[in-house]
Write a protein that binds this ligand. Sequence first.
Ligand code: FES
Length: 283
Amino acid sequence: MREVLARLEQASGLDAVGERAQRSVWAVLRSQRIRDLLHGVWLGHPLHPVMVQVPVGAWTSAAVLDLMPGQRRAATTLVAVGTASALPAAVAGWNDWASLSTEQRRVGLVHAAANIVGVTLYAGSLTARLAGRHGAGRLLAFLGLASAGGGAYLGGHLAYKQAAQVNHSVTEMHRLPEDWRAVADLDQIPEGSLVRRTVEDVDVVVYRDGPDVTVLLDRCAHLSGPLSEGEVTKVDGQACVVCPWHGSTFRLDNGEVVHGPAATDQQILPTRVSDGVLEARLP
Ligand code: FES
């Protein structure tokens, strides 16, 4: 399987389809507010993995009931719940997918295709059950479960091997010192601009706003973009940094994510000034 998955990651033949799908997603999901809602900015975690629990749970439970006598009605209800709930979960998934890297999008396309086949089979299963053809309904549901299971496997590869929609800056935390370390002379930090410095070997962004100085990890939580090369903007009167790669936006005073595709906050570091030198350390 590792070899198959490695080939899938390098399958550039999928890119033309991927680019068309990406344009379609952005054309449909134009509203920043809706995109943020679907990314899970309000939740502090990606929304898609939460939403898929409903169809996966309903379909798996339906499969168990299909193996038991006298459970037709309950199984049909669960197939209906799973099929209906798959749609919003898919919309959230496509929204995340459109801002992934090229290799991640290739795997994500096949993940989506397997799930589309699964949902189609479950829709057929529901239609057959409602028409009283429970044998055909069960068969279509088991085929749908197999296809959705393949899709879930690829979803696991996306999350755990390719690190899609996980916090890419958290590993930097493991390399930070517990003791205070010098970052920069305070009087050399310009006001209102992003300055890149290091704490030990970890890149950080320093931002000064009057007497307030913030130190954030430089590696964007979404996909490791360099925040120090981003732009400073105001959102609701708050100074924010916009990532140069996919536009995730974080407040500069506390690291809170304001706009996705990142769904987690950007880590800020504790600071102090000692003899005119700005210092930071592990929180
Ligand atoms: S790396 Fe994607 S928004 Fe920063």
